[in-house]
Design a protein around this ligand. Sequence first.
Ligand code: AMP
Ligand code: MG
Length: 705
Amino acid sequence: MSFDRVIVLDWSAAGKPTMGKDSIWIGIATPTGTTAENIATRHAAEKRLAALIAQSLDTGESLLLACDFAFGAPQGLARRITGETHALALWDWLAARVTDTPKNVTNYRDVAAEMNRHFPGQGPFWGNGMKLETADLPKLKPEPPEGLAVFRQAELAGHENHLKPKTLWQLAGAGAVGAQTLTGIPMLHRLRAMHPGRIAVWPLEPTDTAPVVIAEAYLSMLKAEVAAAVIEGMVTDEAQVRLHAQAFLRLALDGGLSRLMAPDQPPEVLRSEGWYLGAGCAAALQVPLVPPRLRNDCFAMPQGVEWVPVEEALARLRSVLRPVTECTSVPLVQALGLVLAEDTRALRSNPPQPNSAVDGYGFAHAATGAGICQLPLLNGRSAAGQPFVGQVPMGHAIRILTGAVLPKGVDTVVLEEDCAIGNGVIAFDGPIRPRANTRRAGEDIVAGDIALRRGHHLRAPDIAFLAATGVHTARAYRRLRVGVLSTGDEIVTAHAAPHQIYDANRPMLLALAKGWGFDAVDLGHVRDATDLIRNRLDAAATATDVILTSGGASAGDEDHVSRLLCAEGTLSSWRIAMKPGRPLALALWHGVPVFGLPGNPVAALTCALIFARPALWALSGAGWAEPQRVTLPSAFQKDKKAGRREYLRARTTGDGRVEVFSSEGSGRISGLSWATGLVELPDHAMTIVPGDPVQFLPYSGLGLF
Ligand code: AMP
Ligand code: MG
């Protein structure tokens, strides 16, 4: 079976609305990402699931909903209670009896007691965390009735994976699954009834033709992965639903799920007891959850192409590159520069409650009107963090300070500067606008709404925004590791002999990568020798996600980088119709993309800014990055040839025009430093005279400061 979407439900039988640990969590995995939601009540969760199911059915998407409670009981219960062996008969029976309120008040204990009464002597269900006794529901574990097993076959199979089996009969205490089952089954029964024939419950009925399949899951199957994924401030349940949803989706997409859905068990066991996905084969789920690598031929250029226009080269890169790093949970304080791996929702509204925007006096607007308004001042005040707890009577005012929650009876605030105060009365000149000087609850963002989208590059203001909405951890892509390698026999880092030159590219590219928010990995310098370059690339391939080399990228005698990539990597030498630059070697080395930049520092920087930057953005998860372009009048003149795009070192003048560096010599590094951006001249021929509009790409718009 294959599914487009997997939802994992961590259910709860809590007796009151609950958030956080041991409450209801939903993990949703699609091929584009995973999200988690925490829901306070069973009613709200049922509504949310119904909406998700309807959405899948509407869009024609197949859906697996995996729930962490038992769908059946040890053989014998269904027959004793309903006269039939099929677990779905028990579903009908339970759905007709178990009640639940919007406040999570449920009668499942009474229903368990009723089932117990179907047995001669004591029945199987036990456990009651309430002070109040329930008749026929013992608090302590009784002897199970004759012929009724303690565990289902699925639990026994799972035992082989060192998963501690849990018994359905236990309704209270650590790890009790019974209460979740008794409250969960009626909910699923209702969902299933909403779309007859389109939702199938595995393995209780055939699932082949149903677009939505509900199955049982046991969310302790990925213990190690969950433990590794949970970081400070994160609830384990959240990691559980996320990782199990991801694992099931991966299995759904690679065909492994079909095996899990065909356990080697007699059909009557499956139909009366149910089964959980992966029982007895937990290892199937435990595969590292890393994104797939790039395709080996992803940089291939069509044969026979001489010069590739810049635009086409960019379009090709854009179409093959995608995020290559794993998704991690990161404390917000460490998330600067990271890229969100999923849409991130506000966990609470901002502001959470209506409050005052100024220091002044609050009252009900209805008691005011035009002309002088006088309101008696109540004792007490409402300050930020020190709310006034009572009610402000109609026609009275109360002292209120900026950020203070509006007390009951207050909807409007008048500025203290606009008031006269004396004899326990405030007076001001009306009318005043209703809700003046107040902030609505959720006026900034409402809990549950998406605060920031997947792919967002986190900056300081974004961190403030998420923090204000109660988000402590971000789901972000691991920081991209960008390796930088210099090549060339003439290049040294210190004590240059007359025939040698200092390495300018490596410090430049490392600084660029770092400034762009990536992990810059210094791969050093190697001489122009194939073996040396190969060894360095081999080592780099495990320590980096992408490699930038400079030098040796053309097709000359000493161009060892392109020769090696061609012989042993999957090189595609892109001859780009661009000045400066031209040879750009693109290859995969053990699956890691390599950008072979020209050795010339001017060309290396230009290629890095125009090609590597958007490519690294795409690899990091932030999506393709276009440079910022502004049109400015030129302060220079130039005759430009046809057939290639040109980039000139440029900067703006005091009067808002753009001038270019005195020399176009590609060895003039001083010009890179002199410039504050690049002028981009189009592929066709053109004559530019002072005053003509030209495209200026400021360094700042290329992430260069
Ligand atoms: P190549 O691309 O190896 O033919 O080098 C082109 C020009 O760039 C040559 O003049 C090199 O000396 C120079 N060059 C190569 N690598 C660097 C580097 N890391 N720093 C400064 N100049 C370099
Ligand atoms: Mg060289």
